[in-house]
Design a binder for this molecule. Sequence first.
Ligand SMILES: Cc1cc2nc3c(=O)[nH]c(=O)nc-3n(C[C@H](O)[C@H](O)[C@H](O)COP(=O)(O)O)c2cc1C
Length: 209
Amino acid sequence: MAESSSSTSDSLLARHILHRRTIAPKNFKHEVPDHGFVAKAIDIARNAPNHRRTEPCRFYLLDTARIREIGQLFGELVCGAEPTNESRARGSKKKIEWASSPGLLVVTQFTDRSSVLVQHNPEVVREDYATCCCIVQNILLLLEEANISSKWSTGPVWKHPRFREVVGISHAPPNEEVVALVFYGKSEFPKEVRQLSSLSRSLVNYLED
Ligand SMILES: Cc1cc2nc3c(=O)[nH]c(=O)nc-3n(C[C@H](O)[C@H](O)[C@H](O)COP(=O)(O)O)c2cc1C
């Protein structure tokens, strides 16, 4: 980060943004995280920019039994309908990793495609997705602040025919779709600030020489 922005990068929020890292569930400790805190974080995180004030995010904070089931479903998917030794091994590994996560939050986007709003403004679907992504990042940062590690996954477990029933998703696709599976737990896995490419590659700054 540029020298001139050092005071910005010293702020608490900047530190959480910089130090948040994706940590795989296999690196979580068995210690139970504070699920009550996660519920509160969800509530705060909802305060994200939301054109049309549609409040499109839905949240499913799973209990241990459901986390195990989701692990089982993903294991089955990875294993495949015509399993090989290799796919069986991968499926079994994924099942164990997912099922043992101490926390799992499923975040979906609910945007009713048949609503008058969407019929007249089809861009709302994309805008709602943007809002959901802002909310997920807010959640990850609040977890980071509370020393709870996380992983945003889009591992396609929702392709499993039982996924919606296990999670309790009430609206049919495409009106309600998964945005993120947020695995979370305590971890001491080392986290480093990620090295990004030079900012000049992505920023056109007319205010500097
Ligand atoms: C929309 C989205 C989907 C993601 N899906 C996966 C996934 O399915 N599997 C995975 O290992 N990581 C997934 N990630 C995490 C990214 O791989 C991770 O953010 C990236 O490697 C950068 O690492 P960092 O989060 O530590 O900065 C996803 C992240 C986003 C934003």
